[in-house]
Design a protein around this ligand. Structure first.
Ligand code: ADP
Ligand code: MG
Ligand code: ZN
Length: 474
């Protein structure tokens, strides 16, 4: 079978740390990068007799995430997920199991395809172990260090359905999910600081097959680029294995960025390995309808809605590059202000995605009305595109009045004088048509305007040209 006869199936589990001030069940600071083992207390160290107290803000953030992902927000329970690792001081992780706070939602990719969200539940993070030695992994390490600052940091785990079909799909999904998480204010979305961690479940099946193949779960991808690479590598490995008559065994595999390969980490635990049981020290979370509604009402527009609004203003597709860029760079409020001030949306988006995007640090000081004026001058050909870019550049650098900037460059004066000259020239060169137009025959206007357009090399503002023509009629 050739590669194209196989279909890749990918489902992602994304862990996102919540941006709360304190941990999920204690008052320790939730802060990345502090001196190891300084943000700890009896609760997050799992000392006997300590009891968890649920962080209300973490619950609110989880509700924000569930709402943004179109999930049902429901009463939920905590369970203990038991396992022994040195980075889990309690020997169990408090998580949600069969009754998560958010269930059954979806995320729309920029091109409109929907990816199902099975659940988005609350759990606590583990500590962080560092294996010291050449391999950087536990096997072959000289010794290991554990930092419990991260133990008990609130997480939401977003479990996606197996709806993705390529490494690119996976990257686009995580990128969109990250933008949504950041928009909700619940997460800072920083993959490089581990606030966003992605496990990829990958399987392959003959294209058209109804059943899913056996999956492997890949861990340790630290960037979107490595996520895409790891998935493509893993799918190829599985296809080769199956074509050679082998079988894929369900396991957790480790991505090695250096070698560009995945390797066996451990065979996959099943749920029963974790001996889940209800957390006896916590009551169910039962958010009131009013609270859920208030949280939903306070959410800002999500990136997809913002792209739709920009697309509508610019008459472009929501996944068109300039639309995506304008929203990604938070330039859409500038766009809408400029459109409200009379600028053409299509041209404004183009200028934002190019000139403004390339001096982004200045965008905050760009006056939307001045920006709108430059766009308008360009739309009515008072400025050529090159002239408009120059004026915009000056505007970004030092502010000011676009007309004055254009004048200082000698742009605007030239344009309007040139238009008046062109009108006079066309009148002189077409005396017969002019006489008919001057005598009231409006249908000749199109002919004269056509001549003006040609004489100005297409740069004339045709509205202004017709006003000039009519003005000379008297
Ligand atoms: P676990 O709790 O063992 O990680 P789940 O059943 O909750 O397992 O599934 C976890 C993830 O695996 C989900 O994101 C899901 O989309 C994905 N997944 C499940 N089956 C497959 C498969 N056959 N191929 C690819 N991904 C899959
Ligand atoms: Mg899992
Ligand atoms: Zn603590």
């Amino acid at each position: 079978m050739s590669r194209s006869e196989w279909e890749m199936v990918i489902g992602l589990e994304v862990h996102t740390e919540l941006r709360t001030a304190t941990k999920l069940f204690c008052g320790c600071a939730n802060h990345f990068g502090d001196e190891p083992n300084t943000n700890v207390c009896p609760v997050c160290l799992g000392l006997p007799g300590s009891l968890p107290v649920l962080n209300r803000t973490a619950v609110e953030y989880a509700i924000r995430i569930g709402t943004a992902l179109h999930c049902t927000v429901q009463p939920s329970l905590f369970h203990r997920k038991n396992y022994f690792y040195p980075d889990m001081p309690k020997d169990y992780q408090i998580s949600q199991y069969d009754v998560p706070i958010n269930a059954d939602g979806w995320l729309a990719l920029p091109d409109g395809r929907r990816v199902g969200i099975e659940r988005a539940h609350i759990e606590e993070d583990t500590g962080k172990s560092t294996h010291v030695g050449e391999s950087g992994r536990i096997h072959g390490a000289d010794h290991s260090l554990v930092d419990y600052n991260r133990a008990g940091v609130p997480l939401v785990e977003i479990v996606g359905r197996p709806d993705l079909r390529s490494g690119d799909d996976a990257r686009i999904y995580v990128d969109e999910l990250r933008a949504i998480l950041v928009a909700t204010g619940a997460s800072d979305g920083k993959m490089e600081e581990g606030s966003l961690r992605v496990d990829a479940n990958v399987s392959v099946r003959p294209r058209g097959a109804a059943d899913l193949g056996t999956r492997c779960e890949i861990k340790n991808m630290n960037s979107l680029r490595s996520l895409g690479r790891a998935i493509e590598y893993e799918a190829t490995r599985q296809i080769t294995l199956l074509e050679e008559g082998g079988t894929v065994s369900q396991e957790t595999r480790h991505w090695d960025e250096g070698t560009g390969r995945t390797s066996t980490m451990r065979s996959k635990e099943d749920a029963y390995d974790y001996r889940y049981f209800p957390e006896p020290d916590l009551v169910p979370i039962v958010p009131s309808e009013e609270w859920i509604r208030a949280v939903a009402d306070a959410l800002p527009p999500m990136p997809g809605d913002r792209r739709s609004a920009v697309a509508a203003a610019a008459k472009l597709a929501p996944d068109a590059d300039p639309v995506v860029t304008v929203v990604r760079l938070d330039l859409d409020s500038l766009l809408h202000a400029a459109v409200a001030a009379g600028a053409d949306g299509g041209l404004a988006v183009k200028r934002l995605a190019n000139e403004v995007a390339s001096s982004l640090e200045r965008a905050a000081v760009l006056d939307p009305v001045a920006f709108a004026t430059v766009v308008q001058m360009e739309s009515r050909s008072a400025l050529t595109p090159a002239q408009a870019r120059t004026v915009l550049k000056d505007l970004l650098e030092g502010g000011g009045d676009p007309a004055a900037i254009a004048k200082a460059h000698g742009f605007e004066a030239m344009a309007s004088d040139a238009l008046a000259d062109a009108v006079d020239q066309v009148i002189a060169e077409n005396p017969g048509e002019w006489e008919r137009f001057a005598g009231g025959e409006d249908k000749v206007q199109g002919f004269l305007i056509g001549k003006i357009k040609a004489a100005t090399g297409g740069n004339a503002d045709l509205k202004e040209a017709s006003a000039l023509l009519r003005g000379r009629r008297s």
